[in-house]
Design a protein around this ligand. Structure first.
Ligand code: FES
Length: 526
């Protein structure tokens, strides 16, 4: 069912070397998505020596699984931000996001990046009375903040709508081509890009110098930027984030492909879809993204892809669904991302809580963090400070997300959340939690009938992982770590693979590696 994102399909492979020596740089950037590569460009431009360390492939994480839309609006809605923070703060956020969009456009122009950047209008629509009032509120909030929005005409949309808001001159692109092209353009002796280089540990000395351990070498750096969508390891900010998974499909149509445009809307109350077209060469696709849910907390996430297909088929003459994918986002407790130092005296910097607005917030974070590293003032530092103390603004979502995490921890109790008694109960393509000797085991069988067994206890903070059937991964419901069937880390805060298992007669032994011992051995046990 799951294939690959449209951006992966049209971007080819990069082939940057893995780190294989000890190095010293001014700034180590962890993560090669839009935040990391854009920050690397700005820091290299400022004369800093940079090493960018990507665990897998550049742009292969959330950047390569996004919508490819660049807009000043926000997922939480402008009206929600305005009512929580006031119109002046909303104005600041819109200015920050505008500047970030301009930064991306500047890079595309300056480096002549072939990434299908297109200008288009952004539409926010409703086709049900309940959501019509939301569109009205949105228009009012946007106008108060000085944004040039207006009611649009339903005839401008490729589907029916009872209320339409339109904002001109936003952008669309292929985000993975952007990241890959920018990385190739900036790589030099003083801006090194490494792929297949997972950071296994990060320590900050009393002198402020940070040391990052990777399988091939150690990096010493004056500053570290976590450009990993959510910081690696354990940080307090993770209690302020809700990890969500959302899905996308790309389709060929028999006819009637919409032109450039970002179409956000509620065809039905409570059901939001993002729709756009994508053209590269002679190929044209319709893209539909939506159906978010908490990571690791849906029994059948294949159903999300079915719903997207239903929406596409209900509104367009779909000839074929060609690509299906999932992407992750982290919702902040108080609606604003967290960008800055982990704490006042630290040289470790983070950028997270982007919700579904991560391409623009990623570029914004790159600018803010590169200013911070270079000792420049930035007008948005205080607004997005990760240490901001606004407990009442975050309280509702903080309580909701952490109550949810607490419930997930109850699954650690022996006998709870067990899905199969024996390994033989797991069919090809399935993953189930099996309990042996009071140990929770993540047991899955590949489509070619290989049985893979690992500990089901997440190596971040010990929640029990859940099987994601659509994407064939183990997903952690607490803070969003995701693992391949063989236990290796795909994304999220976890830094270690799911632990190996040894069967000793009737006993199950979980092999917990010593610090620094991360060798991936063959997880195929049976
Ligand atoms: Fe935190 Fe799994 S991601 S416990």
């Amino acid at each position: 069912m799951f294939t690959q994102s449209i951006w992966n399909a049209y971007s080819g492979e990069t082939a940057f070397e893995a780190l294989d020596e000890d190095i010293t740089v001014d700034v180590a950037i962890i993560g090669g998505g839009i935040t990391g590569v854009t920050a690397a460009e700005l820091l290299a431009r400022g004369g800093r020596k940079v090493a960018l360390l990507e665990a897998l492939k550049l742009g292969g994480g959330t950047t390569g699984h996004s919508t490819g839309n660049l807009y000043v609006g926000v997922d939480h809605t402008l009206s929600a931000v305005s009512s929580k923070y006031g119109v002046e703060t909303l104005r600041d956020i819109l200015a920050a996001r505008s500047q970030a969009v301009r930064l991306i456009a500047r890079n595309v122009s300056e480096y002549t990046l072939d990434c299908d950047l297109t200008s288009c209008d952004w539409y926010f629509y409703s086709d049900n009375p309940e959501s019509d009032t939301l569109i009205d509120r949105e228009l009012e909030a946007a106008r108060q903040a000085g944004l040039g929005v207006q009611y649009g005409d339903a005839s401008e949309l490729p589907f029916s709508a009872s209320r339409v808001l339109r904002l001109r001159d936003q952008l669309q692109f292929n985000p993975k081509l952007y990241v890959q092209g920018l990385a190739h353009a900036i790589e030099s002796a003083s801006c090194r890009i490494y792929e297949n280089t997972a950071v296994e540990s990060i320590t900050e000395g009393r002198d402020g110098i940070c040391t990052l351990q990777t399988p091939g070498g150690t990096v010493r750096a004056e500053h570290v930027i976590h450009a990993t969508h959510t910081p690696k390891g354990t940080m307090l900010v993770q209690t302020l984030l809700g990890p969500y998974r959302e899905y996308g499909i790309a389709c060929r149509l028999h006819s009637g492909m919409p032109g450039p445009g970002i179409f956000w809307g509620y065809p039905r109350a409570g059901e939001k879809y993002s729709t756009r077209s994508y053209r590269r060469g002679d190929d044209e696709f319709l893209i539909v993204v939506g159906r978010p849910h908490k990571v690791g907390q849906l029994k059948s996430n294949e159903e999300c892809l079915h719903k997207l297909e239903q929406f596409a088929n209900g509104h367009f003459p779909v000839a074929e669904v060609t690509h299906r994918w999932g992407g992750q986002h982290y919702r902040p407790a108080d609606l604003l991302p967290y960008i800055g130092r982990t704490h006042e005296d630290s040289n470790i910097l983070i950028a997270t809580g982007f919700s579904t607005d991560g391409l623009v917030y990623g570029a914004l974070a790159a600018g803010m963090l590169s200013d911070l590293v270079q000792g420049r003032s930035n007008r948005w530092t205080e607004l997005f400070d990760p240490s901001r103390k606004q407990p009442l603004k975050a309280a509702k979502n903080f309580i909701k997300e952490n109550a949810n995490v607490f419930v997930q921890y109850l699954k650690d109790i022996p006998g709870v959340a067990v899905e199969a008694r024996e390994f033989s109960d797991v069919a090809p393509g399935e993953g189930k939690i099996v309990e042996k000797s009071m140990q929770k085991l993540a047991v899955c069988r590949t489509l070619d009938n290989r049985l893979l067994v690992r500990s089901a206890i997440c190596t971040h903070l010990a929640c029990v992982v859940n099987w994601n059937g659509a994407e064939q991964t183990w997903d952690c419901p607490c803070h969003g770590s995701r693992f391949k069937p063989d236990g290796s880390v795909l994304e999220g805060p976890a830094m270690r693979p799911l632990y190996e298992i040894q069967l000793l007669e009737d006993e199950v032994h979980v092999v917990t590696p010593q610090e620094g011992e991360f060798t991936q051995r063959n997880p195929e046990l049976f």
